[in-house]
Design a protein around this ligand. Structure first.
Ligand SMILES: [Zn+2]
Length: 101
């Protein structure tokens, strides 16, 4: 929340009044939309390539696979262009685990 405080300090009077109006009258719907859009942008930019072959993925086409793993506070996401790449990734993890154990 410290960053939000800093961000608020950088805003001008008019912007702050508009934000307060949105929160009071509009239940913060405009702010929610801005945040949702920003999250979508980050997620689609961070995961726009297949982690195995490096092929670019179109976020609007749903024929690719996403693997979500790790603890909830350190969630990792990996995208794959096809089942072959996902299988290859899993076999590499399995192989690496066998070597470590
Ligand atoms: Zn791939």
């Amino acid at each position: 929340m410290e960053k939000i405080k800093e961000m608020m300090n950088s805003l001008g009077y008019e912007e702050l009044v508009n934000i307060k109006k949105d929160l009071d009258i509009n239940q913060g719907n405009l702010i929610k939309d801005i945040i949702k859009q920003r999250i979508n942008d980050i997620e689609s930019n961070d995961n726009s390539i297949c982690v195995v072959c490096g092929r670019a993925l179109n976020p609007h086409v749903t024929d690719h696979y996403t693997l979500v793993f790790g603890p909830s506070d350190l969630r990792k996401k990996a995208n794959f262009c096809a089942l072959d790449c996902l299988q290859y990734f899993l076999s590499q993890i399995k192989h690496a685990k066998i070597i470590r154990e």
